[in-house]
Design a protein around this ligand. Structure first.
Ligand SMILES: [Zn+2]
Length: 663
């Protein structure tokens, strides 16, 4: 059988505020709320059904996902579940209806987009197990293939996959070193000479075997980085010809964002090619269908360790190997090694504390952590999970076990590979992993009473941002502090929101469930952190002391909080209450009016705070309101001139790169 088609790698990093689990607003993704939403609109949702001209002049809605090979990073899948459930459901529906079902079309992926060869053996095993759990829950079948983040692979990684029942993975041609025909001699290969039209087997030390399929190097490169996707007819004909003149398989492997985001209308080009391959050239288009009839006879020897976007093994994710995206003249990559070292140290230190603390509570810490993937995939009730593992389960033990498992999960999330991928550690991708590290540190501090934060931050001293000229503690604080929350602050913010908005105040805020009830002159707030069933009750005295000034005092324990402690999403709701006054509901109109006023009068500090907080808010302002915010902020910028303009404002309006950098 001949086959020619596409493997679509769908992945985005976890962008939400991890303390809350809420997506944060990103002006740079304008006119969309954030980058996940923009990429979803341009690529993922676009590829659910693509309108192509049919034979008789009618429009055909063509569904490419059920005719391709696909992997979806679990962190993106979690985001889709919450913010674009239509896309996740359409994908599941289309691949389930396809011949062979989901296991033939969709590859699983480790739960976290971490470079597996750089992870500890325990972490490798759990990342793979958790990814398989997520997949099995989603599609109702076990996966046959697994996509490795950045196709990062070595033999130990393949052993972990094989031991958990994975049959094949997809790599790129630059990762092969030698091949051997049945009964033949080993022959050296490189990306230009490797025959990618057949599947290969890697025989492992354990005696297990792993099938490896390689993307066609030249076509994959020209689709991803050249203009080949612009002409679907030509692309299909080239792919079909390559399949006809070879052993059978032509697989174009690229990021899903290639089709629609990196190349506008690339989704159309891909569908045009796919439909032509299917109907004019009569070849199979899905890798899984082709593999079902195949049993590899040729062997391949892989490079000792390799990945698809680094020419030096997996150095891109731990040293200054020179492979980089987004560099500028004079910038240094010397921050990569200390970032990796600091996180490895944190993994070892916190991991030991988590194991020790779990050992007091459960029969087997290792088995408990491995099994926690079922809780993440929501295939078991968290309390039942603890009941299965704990020595003496009760409410306190349940919360403690779940918190320790969560701290470990956050530790693994802090190895998300994007942190090392780009040129500067001041960018969002590195901030994301630092936030997860902070969350793991917070969890262990709360449960074990040990604070490793100072020692960790010290290890970040050599992690220097080229762009911002800061390193170590300032870089850490910039990434972490604006988002960091604890139960008491969440409760204080809920009290303020209730005082400002009454019944319109939220009963849930991301990962938290909130109960607020007036108790004489106080507000009694109960927070439940849902992932670990941690419940706490506080009583506050709330005073609004100005349009944007709040004092929330803890009546029992004595702490005091202001709007600076609440978090952007709460401050935005307070701003909305102030902005609207007696006018119910229409935030967009109020923002438009404010934008118009600011062309005629100077902005007050209250105006600025309202705009900044609403600009950073999570999904409470429509694109019309966002447009008004942007115009108002630009009006402030025009009046103030140079010097009167903060980096925060510049970043919010999306003109940061145009402003003089402040260090
Ligand atoms: Zn490299």
């Amino acid at each position: 059988m001949k086959a020619a088609g596409f493997h679509l790698h769908f992945y985005q990093p976890p962008r939400e505020n991890p303390w809350l689990g809420l997506a944060t607003h990103e002006w740079s993704a304008w006119p969309y709320h954030d980058w996940n939403e923009r990429i979803t609109a341009e690529c993922y949702r676009a590829m659910v059904a693509v309108a192509l001209p049919g034979d008789n002049g009618e429009v055909e809605l063509y569904e490419p996902l059920g005719r391709s090979s696909v992997d979806v990073g679990p962190t993106l899948h979690h985001w889709l579940d919450r913010y674009a459930p239509d896309v996740g459901r359409a994908l599941a529906d289309q691949v389930t209806r396809a011949p062979g079902g989901a296991s033939a079309l969709v590859l699983a992926a480790p739960l976290v987009h971490a470079i597996l060869p750089l992870a500890t053996p325990e972490d490798q095993e759990r990342l793979v197990a958790w990814g398989i759990e997520d997949y099995t829950h989603r599609y109702g079948v076990a996966p046959r293939g697994m996509w490795l983040p950045e196709t990062g692979v070595d033999l130990a990684t393949l052993e972990v996959l094989a031991a958990q029942g994975i049959e094949y993975t997809v790599l790129m041609a630059n990762q092969a070193r030698r091949v051997r025909a049945p009964g033949g001699e080993w022959e050296p290969v490189d990306e230009a000479t490797l025959d990618t039209s057949r599947d290969y087997v890697v025989t492992l030390a354990s005696g297990r075997a792993m099938t490896v399929v390689f993307g066609q190097h030249d076509l994959s490169q020209r689709v991803a980085f050249g203009g080949l996707i612009a002409d679907g007819v030509h692309l299909a004909d080239v792919m079909a010809e390559a399949a006809r003149s070879s052993d059978g398989l032509v697989l174009v492997v690229a990021d899903g964002e290639t089709y629609g985001h990196h190349h506008h209308f690339g989704d159309l080009g891909m569908c045009w090619a796919l439909r032509r391959l299917e109907r004019q050239h009569d070849v199979a288009t899905s890798l899984g269908t082709w593999l079902a009839d195949e049993s590899p006879t040729w062997e391949v020897e892989l490079a000792a360790v390799s990945a698809w976007s680094c020419a030096h093994g997996v150095e891109r994710w731990r040293s200054d190997c020179g492979c980089v995206t987004g560099e500028r003249p004079g910038w240094s990559l010397s921050w990569r090694a200390p970032l990796r070292d600091a996180l490895d140290w944190l993994r070892a230190t916190l991991g030991a504390r988590i194991d020790d603390a779990l050992a007091e509570l459960v029969n087997s810490p290792a088995q408990t952590l491995r099994d926690y993937g079922r809780v993440i995939a929501q295939t078991i009730d968290p309390a039942d999970f603890v009941a299965q593992h704990a020595v003496a389960p009760d409410e306190v033990v349940t919360t403690a076990v779940l918190e320790l498992c969560e701290a470990y999960r956050h530790l693994l999330y802090s190895f998300t590979s994007c942190a090392w991928f780009f040129a500067d550690p001041g960018e969002i991708e590195t901030s994301i992993v630092l936030r997860y590290a902070a969350l793991a540190i917070d969890g262990v501090r709360r449960l074990v009473g040990e604070d490793v934060e100072p020692a960790f931050v010290e290890r970040l001293a050599a992690v220097r941002s080229n762009h911002r000229g800061i390193a170590g503690a300032p870089l850490w604080h910039r990434a972490v502090e604006a988002m960091r929350l604890d139960d008491e602050r969440v409760a204080a913010a809920a009290a303020a929101e209730y005082a400002a908005r009454g019944d319109a105040a939220r009963r849930e805020r991301g990962n938290y469930a909130l109960e607020v009830e007036p108790a004489e002159d106080l507000l009694r707030v109960t927070t439940t952190q849902r992932a670990c069933a941690r419940r706490r009750t506080f009583e506050f005295r709330v005073n609004q002391t100005g349009p944007f000034a709040w004092r929330v005092a803890n009546a029992r324990e004595g702490g005091e909080f202001t709007e600076a402690d609440f978090g952007d999403d709460v401050v935005a709701r307070l701003a909305m209450a102030t902005l609207l006054g007696a006018r119910e509901g229409d935030v967009d109109a109020a923002l438009n009016e404010l934008a118009a006023q600011l062309l005629a009068r100077p902005a007050t500090i209250e105006d600025e705070r309202a705009l900044v907080s609403l600009a950073g808010a999570t999904r409470i302002v429509s694109p019309i309101g966002e447009s008004a915010i942007r115009r108002a902020l630009l009006a402030i910028r025009a009046t103030r001139g140079p010097g009167g303009w903060s980096e925060t404002l510049a970043e919010l309006v999306g003109v940061l790169g145009l402003e003089p950098t402040r260090s």
